[in-house]
Design a protein around this ligand. Structure first.
Ligand code: PA5
Length: 348
């Protein structure tokens, strides 16, 4: 055994709360989430915009929903990560309030503002104050299962949002993509799970490559939330600094980082999420972008998306990042589940 990532006992010692197990069973969590969400009786009225309010790991489901439905939704989907809601929120707004713990102050504040503005609110939570307040106000609750780290409940969060969005009439045409995405994740997971040795495990290999580097993650517009998810998972599970941006926006700013001092760039690693469904023009411009970074950055890595539908392509790239972030935590000897600084700041 020549790598710590093939030592399952060592993984168990660094990851005693089982972040890697939760990631490994993500496809089944997605199926469970669909079953539970289908049972929720959701009564809606006509709405002109959908706002998803949440913070951190509980905002990611909304960001993914936004990117997935970007080209098909008849209404704008806005994700609000703040104490207050956008000014346009009104009785014409469908407001999904998401807080895994139910205790996040920014999200509770957005919930209260949504009530005052008369928005149609739906809550997504595992309990806490949000559940209490939603019950008191007779607001529909999608109950998320307890016992997860908020970010690790992504399958439950995203799939509940998707089921609710379908009920709201904005995701029904893309529904076939959900089944495809889950099948793609099931197939990918066999390659990336802890039992699969590093020599044939792409996620372990990537984590080893990133060990000691600062990752900057880039993807095209459909992968904006996915690149951001990589960023935040590398922060929280991997205890690593990280950044992310999306293409083509990155052509107009992030590319200039390649002009920085070479010594500074030596420990920076760019990770490109490559989607073969992108058109030729964007693909070739992205190659030129990568070539510029290759000449200057410590490393440039590529991750290929899988599947046909937009959702499978997004979630396949996300799934690699989730595994990589937890393996990176193990390599740094840090429990992927523990986020001490977030907890300290929340406690005030
Ligand atoms: O992933 C995490 O643990 C955090 O980013 C939380 O999601 C964030 O602090 C918000 O908490 P909650 O998801 O419980 O509303």
């Amino acid at each position: 055994m020549d790598t710590p990532l093939d030592d399952l006992e060592q993984i168990g010692r660094v990851d005693p709360r089982g972040m890697l197990d939760v990631i490994t069973t993500l496809p089944e969590s997605a199926e469970d989430a669909i079953d539970s969400a289908d049972k929720v009786d959701l009564k809606l009225r006509r709405f002109k915009n959908l706002v998803v309010a949440g913070m951190g790991g509980s905002a990611v489901g909304g960001l993914l929903l936004r990117d997935w439905l970007q080209q098909t939704s008849s209404v704008p989907i806005i994700v609000s990560r703040d104490y207050s809601l956008p000014g346009f929120v009104s009785r014409d707004t469908l407001l999904f309030v998401v807080s895994y713990s139910g205790g996040t102050e920014e999200t509770l504040s957005a919930f209260e503002e949504g009530k005052i503005k008369g928005a149609k609110i739906v809550a997504f939570t595992s309990g806490g104050e949000l559940e209490k307040r939603a019950k008191a106000a007779h607001i529909t609750i999608y109950k998320l299962p307890q016992g997860f780290q908020p970010r690790a409940a992504i399958a439950h969060q995203l799939l509940s949002l998707i089921v609710a969005a379908k009920k709201a009439g904005i995701a029904q045409d893309s529904w076939w993509e959900v089944r495809e995405a889950i099948d793609v994740l099931k197939a990918m997971r066999e390659e990336m799970r802890p039992e699969t040795p590093q020599w044939s495990n792409p996620a372990k290999k990537l984590a080893v490559e990133l060990h000691g580097y600062i990752p900057l993650v880039y993807g095209s517009r459909i992968h904006e939330a996915v690149a951001y998810r990589w960023n935040t998972q590398l922060n929280e599970n991997g205890k690593s600094p990280a950044g992310s941006s999306f293409i083509p926006e990155a052509f107009h700013n992030a590319i200039v980082a390649g002009e920085a001092d070479k010594e500074l760039l030596a420990s920076v690693c760019a990770v490109f999420l490559i989607d073969s469904a992108e058109g030729e023009h964007l693909a070739s411009k992205t190659r030129r972008f990568m070539d510029i970074l290759k000449a200057r950055f410590g490393k440039v890595l590529e991750v290929q998306t899988c599947g046909e539908g937009r959702l499978a392509r997004m979630l396949s790239a996300l799934y690699v990042g989730d595994f990589v972030s937890a393996y990176l935590g193990v390599l740094y000897g840090r429990d992927p589940s523990i986020v001490e600084s977030i907890d300290r700041l929340k406690q005030g």
